[in-house]
Design a protein around this ligand. Sequence first.
Ligand code: ADP
Ligand code: MG
Length: 351
Amino acid sequence: TILKEPPKIQRLDDSVVNRIAAGEVIQRPVSAVKELVENSLDAGSTSVNVAVKDGGLKLIQVSDDGHGIRYEDLPILCERHTTSKLSKYEDLLSIKSMGFRGEALASMTYVGHVMVTTITKGQLHGYRASYRDGVMENEPKACAAVKGTQIMVENLFYNMIARRKTLQNSSDDYTKIVDLLSRFAIHYTNVSFSCRKHGASRSDVHSIATSSRMDSIRTVYGVSVARNLIKIEASDNDSSTSLFAMDGFISNSNYVAKKTTMVLFINDRLVECSALKRAIEIVYAATLPKASKPFIYMSIVLPPEHVDVNVHPTKREVSLLNLEVIIEKIQSVVESKLRDSDETRTFQEQT
Ligand code: ADP
Ligand code: MG
């Protein structure tokens, strides 16, 4: 047999490596919005406003009133692996911020055009700089600015033709962005959020800071959802298992929907957990056989060392210690709450 010559292995250019990695972190416009909003929340903002053009492909603009970015930091702001949130690996064990990788802004500059306007406390004016491929394109220009930071991402995926085409044909990215902001709005009740199409006077999500979770759910998801919710709580301080606390709202038997809505925060991070979602759906199907798919808002708090936040480049999933125990506990709380509420209802209908 004739052995073929092995192909030569070569080192990829940084620019190629970075563009490949960026496509993974920023999968669609909504992923960029999530990163930007998380940065705004990490910056201690009390107000986060989003404007979007063409489903986010033409423009994503996120403005906040957070602590801003130092002038000296602007040159490296969008380089890969530059962050103010982590300095050594061990910090990850106790990380409270949502960001830690220093990759999001960099990624955006590899797949779009990024412009940052920011002002820090006590400054008379702000600065504006634009970035491409990780690099600041010009000296920061002094400009008028109100408190905080505004980040604009334009022409997302301009250099990824296939992805741009696929996304152009799907009209649902704006819907995904609205959905994302709705989720943040009902968890971060001390922050006001808005989301609108660029140029539109009406916003599609508009929440005001409130002390009541129920009020914010009513504002964001509407009365028809809010009036059919049951409060749930669970905690486990048994030293044999993990410490955990959960609280939230779940829909009762009067709620009608074709699809499950599950808004899940673990240690204040918006995440997905399909195992938990399925486990709750099973309880609904068994307890309220005629009821529709549930609406669930749930916030779970665990010791930070029990959560591995670093399992996915988009940080969409986290992995938990003792997930089975936690799921069982939540299932039993959900089941008993649903039974109680269903019995009350049957009783009310009879009388
Ligand atoms: P990470 O959030 O993982 O640190 P990012 O690329 O998302 O990485 O952001 C890099 C850094 O830029 C952050 O660590 C933070 O210091 C700064 N930054 C980004 N967005 C904002 C913002 N809206 N307000 C203040 N600082 C910000
Ligand atoms: Mg970030």
